[in-house]
Design a protein. Structure first.
Length: 313
């Protein structure tokens, strides 16, 4: 199998690193890193260094490139780019993705697979989700600092999910915590329960998970934001378990106090953010379905003003 990890950031670097560590020198599977800029140059020259709670190590993929003609065709393609770069990246690598290629987006949000199917109608696109807190520490280095480090993928159908068991086996052999599910929409929305409220609230306040949790008023606000997501999901006919809100709060409490969301990291570094798939998406979807989202509406206004000021400076 030729396995491409498209985007070697916090997600692609961690999971792609595990795949490269297991398979790149084994001859069993070919691991292809798709990166760019100085990050790519360092990987090509020195390998990819990965700092994790399990220990630090350096991996070398079979190929690290930003050129489609060098990468060749893909059997499996993991899209690990930011949401705002999804379509443009898919167009760029379209020629490497064949009819039999299984494409799995590991992005934030709940609509990545649908968006990819519009660009790659010939490919076998299914959904995926990861739970991890990690980022690029500096070019050539990925730092994983928290999260469950779990990858879940599949469909919403029992029979169709079964045919991807071989990919599950590839991931599991690489010591990746993985689950093949026939309820992927529920998985995506359960992650949305955590990420939309916390990414929005933490990016707006500049506070970490621990600081939010220790502040009673902010913790209560987070719970109300989570409930807004829960109600939007229900209106979309995604029936999450009744205890999902409390389970999400338990997840927040268990995270490292100093940890931040990826959107917060991007805000602090002056980068483009994924506000479109979190805060803005919840507000827009709630409005379309007639579900009030006043707290997300307030955060969207606050965040939009921050971004506008940053751009005008």
């Amino acid at each position: 199998m030729r396995i491409a990890i498209i985007g070697i950031g916090g997600v692609g670097g961690y999971f792609g690193g595990k795949l490269a560590r297991t398979y790149a020198s084994s001859g069993k599977h070919e691991i292809i890193f798709i990166a760019r800029g100085e990050h790519l140059k360092v990987i090509q020259r020195e390998g990819l260094r990965i700092m994790t709670e399990e220990g630090d190590y350096t991996v070398w993929p079979n190929i690290a490139t930003d050129q489609p003609d060098i990468a060749g065709p893909f059997d499996i393609a993991l899209f690990c780019v930011k949401s705002y770069a999804l379509e443009s990246t898919a167009h760029y690598w379209k020629g490497n993705i064949l009819h039999a290629t299984v494409v799995i987006p590991l992005l934030n949000g709940v609509e990545s697979a649908d968006r990819l199917r519009l660009v790659l109608p010939h490919a076998d696109v299914i959904s995926g989700s990861v739970l991890i807190i990690s980022h690029i520490e500096n070019p050539g280095t990925i730092h994983q600092e928290g999260g469950a480090c779990k990858l879940t993928f599949g469909t919403d159908d029992v029979e169709s999910s079964k045919k991807y068991k071989y990919i599950f086996d590839i991931f599991r052999e690489a010591n990746i915590k993985v689950d093949l599910t026939d309820k992927i929409s529920e998985v995506l929305w359960r992650k949305m329960l955590l990420m939309s409220p916390m990414a929005s609230l933490m990016s707006s306040t500049g506070k970490t998970f621990g600081e939010i949790w220790q502040d009673v008023s902010l913790r209560n606000l987070a719970k109300q934001l989570i409930r807004e997501v829960f109600e939007v999901a229900r209106a979309r006919h995604i029936l999450l378990p009744p205890d999902s809100i409390e389970q999400t709060l338990e997840t927040i409490a268990a995270l490292k106090p100093e940890a931040k969301t990826s959107m917060q990291w991007d805000m602090e570094k002056g980068k483009q953010t994924e506000i479109d798939i979190f805060t803005a998406f919840l507000c827009k979807t709630g409005k379309q379905l007639g579900v009030p989202t006043p707290l997300h509406d307030d955060l969207l206004k606050s965040l939009s003003e921050k971004i506008k000021k940053r751009i005008s400076i």
